[in-house]
Ligand binder design. Sequence first.
Ligand code: COA
Ligand code: AMP
Length: 642
Amino acid sequence: MPGPASRYPDMHARSIRDSEGFWRDAAGAIDWTSEGERTFDASQGIYGRWFPGWTTNVCHNAVDRHVDSGRGAQPAMFYDSPVAGAKRTVTYAELKDEVSLLAGVLRELGVDKGDRVVIYMPMIPEAVFAMLACARIGAVHSVVFGGFAAAELASRIEDAQPKVVLSASCGIEPSRVVHYKPLLDLALTMAKHKPDACLIFQRPQIEARLVADRDHDWAARREQARAAGTRADCVPVEATDPLYILYTSGTTGKPKGVVRDSGGYMVALRWSMEGLYDVRPGEVYWSASDIGWVVGHSYIVYAPLLAGCTTVLYEGKPVGTPDAGAFWRVIEEYRVAVLFTAPTALRAIKKEDPEGRLMGDYDRSSLRTLFLAGERADPDTVEWAKARLGVPVVDHWWQTETGWAIAGNPVGLGALPIRVGSTGVPMPGYQVDILDEGGHPVGPDRMGSIAIKLPLPPGCLPTLWRQDERFRESYLVDFPGYYKTADAGFTDANGQLFIMGRTDDIINVAGHRLSTGGMEEVLAAHADVAECAVIGIHDELKGEVPCGFVVLKAGVFRSPADIEAEIVALVRERIGPVAAFRLAITVNRLPKTRSGKILRGTMKKIADAEPWNMPATIDDPAALDEIALALGARGFAKVTAA
Ligand code: COA
Ligand code: AMP
């Protein structure tokens, strides 16, 4: 229940009752070049559009306006890379300098308003400059996470059709240097679409080979632009114009291009910095994510900068770079006020340093709140962090599609009592209902599909890139009048939400969202595989990891172990190391219903040693026993049918 001091209930009620007025007030924190008459027009777009007719520029709001208002000397970003052994502080004035130069270079390379730019880069300051430079000239960026393989990069290039690709010679993982350029070159041979140019940042660890007439050296072009005085100013864009496309896993191998608009996104993010995270301009906000994910877009780059905070760009891991004290060192060094990370990172720290001894080596007095998202936060980990860090640990729930939290604990309005296991209450503009299969709201404490009443609030996706129909089919058709989140869960009597899992075949591996359908497409492409099924199984560290079952074609007499190793390598090659696909198991057949549907849900329960019921429609019950045996042979506990 809201505490007496929380302004949450009134705030949320108003955001629904008078949504136009609520968001108009919130829009006061943003600089606009022109304001429209309405804040929402239900007749535009698929379910309406926010801030139609308003014009603005995101880079101006994130960078220039702070320089204009006297924050030029304040750090905008602390870059800290234990893997590269590098640190750099970038002030707002320096950020403006770098971004306007790079925007000038993009212009010279032919990039114009509305053109797409793919950014395939590691966690270095230039990646942030790249995103902001696109925003400055109204180009639409699409950042691709470095842990994806060439084929995934190719499919994004194919879909976004970028004029230019920005990349770097390498990324640095603790175990190896990841050569980006050969992956990019391969992706460009795979994709039918060819960009006009690539701009390559050479890192000191590896010098990439540049392709004549296509590749440009980043540093050289930057110096030329500086010498020639080539800079680009902020151009006004429509609030409804896309700022970026971010691809996320769908239920097939073809990723969904989530479109983010410019104006509504800024308004929502700016509101969240004070209302949800309770941070003020000038404070240090650290999201320990990656710019390749939505959390990185929103809370490494845009929100902290829109709010005039200092963001931390951390190129490292929670453990092993060099130890489980890394996060606490960063907090001390930069006086971090708010940390946002995924539960898996805490589990990794807890595993290495169960007593939290390394925390004692650092001054963490600047830290006020720890926010968690990206996957289910298990109560053990939350309690462990709370007890040792001595600050509130706030779980909040969101998706790539929404761009910011759907539900959380609005610390800035006066925190609500925290119920461990719950992801809090709906944020402004979100009307969340739990629906039964027929689309009817169910009462408290009853599990159902979680859906958000339309319209979605500002910041959420208006559609999928050039795929309006897929947007409708994926999200709007099942529950008319609602957006289907594809998460299942319930609310308690106080309206606190509990997220229990996905209703589709998306799995969450170390906070990374992956499609088992996409992995099945890769397994099925192996010459010896007749059919396959991929499920996510419980993992102590990563939450879930994928496990693939394969049935070999008749007449294949090769060693199953060899084929399994090839399959593991194939997923790494086609999807990337981020899939963490290490377990392939050969079976004689897959358990199916009489109509031929593979019983993935029951297979998962068996693998996770959860009680399971024999499905009434099963074709042959013995097929499930075979799965249990195969899993048992690999060391997975089994529980027999109830
Ligand atoms: N570029 C290239 N490869 C990458 C990569 C990148 N940006 N990020 C990860 N990888 C690789 C890793 O090197 C690893 O490869 P390997 O199989 O050769 O070891 C693989 O992808 C899996 O990486 P990861 O999921 O990071 O696992 P890990 O075992 O290296 O580390 C954790 C485990 C828990 C420390 C790590 O997953 C973590 O910090 N998670 C936080 C998640 C997060 O921030 N999510 C964002 C949502 S809020
Ligand atoms: P992504 O689009 O990668 O951010 O992944 C979104 C999915 O991650 C959601 O649909 C949920 O299944 C899961 N998720 C995100 N945050 C949480 C959370 N706080 N608790 C439980 N699941 C979460």
